[in-house]
Design a protein around this ligand. Structure first.
Ligand code: CP3
Length: 356
């Protein structure tokens, strides 16, 4: 049917704001979908670029970062793009050198242990220290037909790398600083919060249409410790970002027990991982915030019929209230088949949230 094809083409040139509208709790005709780590090693074209540039080098070359950011939008048909960068890029700009080691993660040779280490951290001006990131955002906001999500790591998750010196299972050094030196811990949280608010503002001024704050590892805290040692900082961050009038997404893994507290930080969208049924997540966050999640990334390796069944289960629960963004509960695994991701996008887009 040639007529149908023409309609579809012309609609592609329009700006697709479904993602932003769902974040603002508006009813949408389809459920928006994007994937954490949607630009990455599962894609052969990304791997080819990584043979020529390191991850940090991609971030330092706006034309390459733009290309990588756009790949999943063109190939998968997702409803949002996420800036290609890393949560550690601003940590380097604060004056703490890091390295990203393949299949390990961020490594810091001289971790933060003392007052002087915290004092030395600079709350930088991105125009001065990370001009290439802002340039990437400016270029993307002119070229994309979907909203661009800017992002930052949250203070706890950044601190976990900065204090441990690398990835950790139990965050012993981090938690030790938190409870033995609450004054120093708060200084570190405050400095990171100042950086996050300033960097977030600069990303939005450059053209980011939403911000996601990644607190991947905060689910390692007992709820009482989250409330005491992290929540006030998160409230200050979302209070500081609120005047930007863009959706503010707060995401973490293993945060089932914290979801009510997440909603009370002032974020407008709360990320949910697959360990919590979406209906239960909704009970915990109450009304007034949107939800994002929560397909298990391991289930992209399941047979198609099983993937579809699980996606529909999520969609039906998500569609009960306005304000749902389909995503994975965590990032795309590097060995994922790109066709499984395409299939999942199609299943989400075929679902009618009004019919249920
Ligand atoms: O597509 C996107 O999601 C945008 C780009 C993005 C990256 N990192 C690029 C990247 C985003 C949003 C991040 C955030 C990030 N970085 C988080 C929070 C989200 C999460 O996954 O929990 C964290 C904890 C980091 C720190 C980090 N950087 C880790 C743990 C790793 C993986 C190390 C490995 O080799 O497995 C990285 C490296 C990294 N950052 C990759 C990508 C695409 C891996 C691929 C590569 O080396 O090219």
């Amino acid at each position: 049917n040639p007529r149908k094809v023409r309609v579809k083409r012309s609609s592609l040139t329009l700006f697709n704001d479904t993602f932003l509208r769902a974040c603002r709790l508006e009813q949408t005709k389809t459920v928006p979908v994007w994937f954490m780590r949607q630009a990455g090693r599962y894609d052969a074209d990304y791997r080819a670029i990584r043979e020529r540039y390191s991850l940090v080098e991609i971030c330092e070359h706006p034309e390459v970062a733009v290309e990588v950011t756009k790949m999943p939008v063109d190939k998968l048909g997702v409803d949002a793009a996420i800036l290609f960068s890393d949560i550690m890029i601003p940590v380097g700009a604060m004056g703490l050198p890091f390295e990203i080691r393949e299949n390990v993660g961020p490594v810091i040779a001289s971790p933060i242990r003392h007052e002087r280490d915290v004092e030395r951290l600079q709350v930088f001006d991105a125009q001065e220290k990370l001009p290439h990131v802002l340039e990437t955002i400016r270029l993307l906001s002119n070229e994309l037909s979907v909203p661009l999500i800017g992002f930052m790591g949250a203070p706890f998750t950044l601190a976990s790398y900065m204090v441990e010196g690398g990835p950790s299972r139990d965050y012993l050094q981090t938690k030790q600083m938190m409870v033995s030196r609450p004054d120093l811990w708060q200084q570190l949280m405050d400095k990171l919060a100042d950086m996050i608010i300033r960097y977030g503002r600069e990303q939005v001024e450059a053209g980011a249409k939403a911000l996601q704050v990644f607190d991947s590892w905060v689910g390692s805290l007992a709820p009482g410790d989250f409330v005491r040692y992290v929540k006030p900082t998160m409230q200050r961050i979302f209070e500081g970002l609120k005047p930007l009038s863009v959706p503010l997404i707060y995401f973490g893994v293993n945060t089932g027990e914290l979801l009510g507290e997440f909603a009370a930080t002032g974020a407008s969208v709360v990320g949910v991982d697959w360990r919590v049924p979406l209906a239960r997540a909704r009970e915990r966050v109450g009304g007034g915030v949107a939800l994002q999640g929560n397909f298990d990334p391991a289930m992209l390796f399941a047979p198609r019929s099983e993937m579809e069944r699980r996606a529909l289960e999520i969609l039906k629960q998500g569609a009960k209230d306005p304000g749902f963004v389909f995503n994975l509960g965590h990032g795309v695994k590097p060995t994922t088949d790109i066709d499984a991701l395409k299939f999942l996008v199609d299943v989400v887009h075929a679902f009618d949230p009004l019919a249920g």
